[in-house]
Write a protein that binds this ligand. Structure first.
Ligand code: EPZ
Length: 419
């Protein structure tokens, strides 16, 4: 087990290439279950989570070759049961349920564990499968879905916290082979859902409304193999944008679609950050002094919940008061305690976080807890005075490909040590 050591206070300079999107990759890999033919997926980031999904596909009988960020998946699946031991390590695995049900008319998938950001229910997934005619049983920690034939339907898929990214993908993947037309109202519009839709259309699915909150799916008899290049990871890109702002650096990101980062750029421009936009690059010019800015997270195109922790870490070193609210995962504040251990002054007050910016954070030993909270600790370590040690960095490795190497290349003093 490694820990990450960061000597703070260094400016970043140069270029970072953003990797492929983790949250596009997971459902697209799952979608290959909908065909026995060969699929080639490029720019697949090498992450704990993508390796877990590859393990899960192999446990279902698919043959998967993965080298140099290219995954070649083929062959028929020979099981429709996704075991607890794999699904419990990664909630995203639940999105194999839709393709298994769509292709085999039966699926048995372990209920995903909760996690530190919230209870993570799957009621919307189940509502969608039932609307398509599946019989659902929940027993012994598994969801079991069976259907003689899936039939298209009109489905409202909005939850009390708004649309669901993975429920939209799961229900869409069950509907592409159903009889007739399915309309998903209040579908998630995240770019990752748009990429999944693109891939399904390449496989021969009939889907209209790509990237909108209304998806119209006309079921087809079968899907064929396809090739796909995963787009850039907007959350990884946003994390580096915030790191540049936190260290007062000028940093250029390559392989980035800044049109997916408009809300982050808008908030940071209010804080005094400047941007230079290139065709598929973005240069961030971090100011000497930042101004406090409040954010509330919402479903896309609102401020992403997956950047909330990192933004809070930035506001922690911004003189003045900012208020941070997470409308998607209201309890996603586990990072407050660790940031306060580094000298931040943040308190929770009936569902919001009130951040009183301090002049400096001080390096300290801290504990990673979930993927984006870990990224917030790296950002804090880069900006802090002194040395920060981040323990349990496997959380970070779930979603950031070679983040220490990428940061070292642009001037950060960051290295791994054995625990
Ligand atoms: C996806 O999770 C992402 N994960 C999450 O990123 C991201 O935070 C989240 O979308 C929101 O953008 C992947 O794509 C693998 P949701 P997902 O269903 O789909 C509630 C990361 O750091 N809800 O969109 O599981 C839910 O509790 C991860 O990369 C229900 O009520 O999230 C939440 O409040 C963390 N019932 C809201 O909807 C359901 O059946 C949005 O969750 C499903 C969800």
């Amino acid at each position: 087990m490694d820990k990450l050591v960061i000597e703070g206070g260094k400016k970043l300079k140069g270029e970072i290439r953003v990797s492929g999107s983790k949250n596009s990759t997971l459902p697209i890999l799952a979608a290959t279950l909908l065909t026995d033919e060969k699929c080639v997926i490029r720019n697949v980031p090498k992450l704990r989570d993508t390796l877990t999904m590859i393990k899960l596909l192999r446990s279902l009988g698919k043959s998967v070759d993965y080298n140099n960020n290219i995954a070649v998946i083929s062959g028929p699946a020979n099981s429709s049961t996704a075991e607890y031991k794999l699904v419990s390590t990664m909630r995203g695995s639940f999105c194999v349920m839709g393709p298994l049900l769509g292709k085999f008319k039966t699926a048995k998938v372990s209920l995903p564990g909760g996690c530190v950001i919230g209870i993570r229910p799957v009621d919307l997934h189940i509502k969608g499968f039932k609307a398509l005619g599946a019989k659902i049983e929940v027993a012994a920690g598994y969801v079991i879905a069976t259907a003689r034939q899936l039939k298209g339907n009109l489905i409202y898929l909005g939850g009390i916290f708004g649309p669901s990214v993975l429920a939209t993908g799961n229900v869409m993947m069950a509907a592409v082979l159903a009889h007739g037309e399915t309309i998903i109202e209040s579908a998630a519009c995240e770019p990752e859902v748009e990429e999944l839709t693109e891939f399904l259309i390449k496989m021969g699915a009939h889907i209209e409304g790509k990237g909108t909150s209304r998806l119209v799916i006309r079921g087809v008899k079968r899907l064929h193999g396809a090739e796909y290049d995963i787009g850039p990871d907007r959350i990884e890109a946003g994390t580096f944008v915030l790191m540049a702002a936190a260290t007062g650096s000028t940093l250029t990101l390559k392989n980035v679609k800044y049109a997916q980062l408009l809300v982050l750029m808008d908030r940071l421009e209010h804080a005094g950050v400047k941007f230079k936009k290139g065709k598929d690059s973005l240069t961030i010019i971090g100011p000497k002094k930042l101004k406090p800015v409040s954010v509330t997270t919402y479903p896309y195109p609102g401020f992403p919940t997956d950047l909330q922790a990192q933004f809070m870490a930035l506001m922690a070193i911004t003189q003045g008061v900012s208020v941070i609210t997470d409308k998607v995962f209201p309890d996603r504040f586990i990072h407050i305690a660790e940031l306060n251990r580094m000298g931040a002054n943040i308190r929770r007050d009936s569902g919001v976080a009130i951040v009183e910016g301090v002049k400096y954070l001080y390096g300290a030993p801290v504990m990673a807890s979930d993927l984006r909270a870990s990224a917030a600790l790296v950002l804090a370590g880069l900006a802090a005075k002194g040395k920060t040690e981040i323990h349990r960095i496997y959380h970070l490795e779930r979603g950031y490909e070679n983040i220490d190497e990428k940061l070292k290349k642009v001037g950060a003093v960051i290295y791994r040590e054995k625990e």
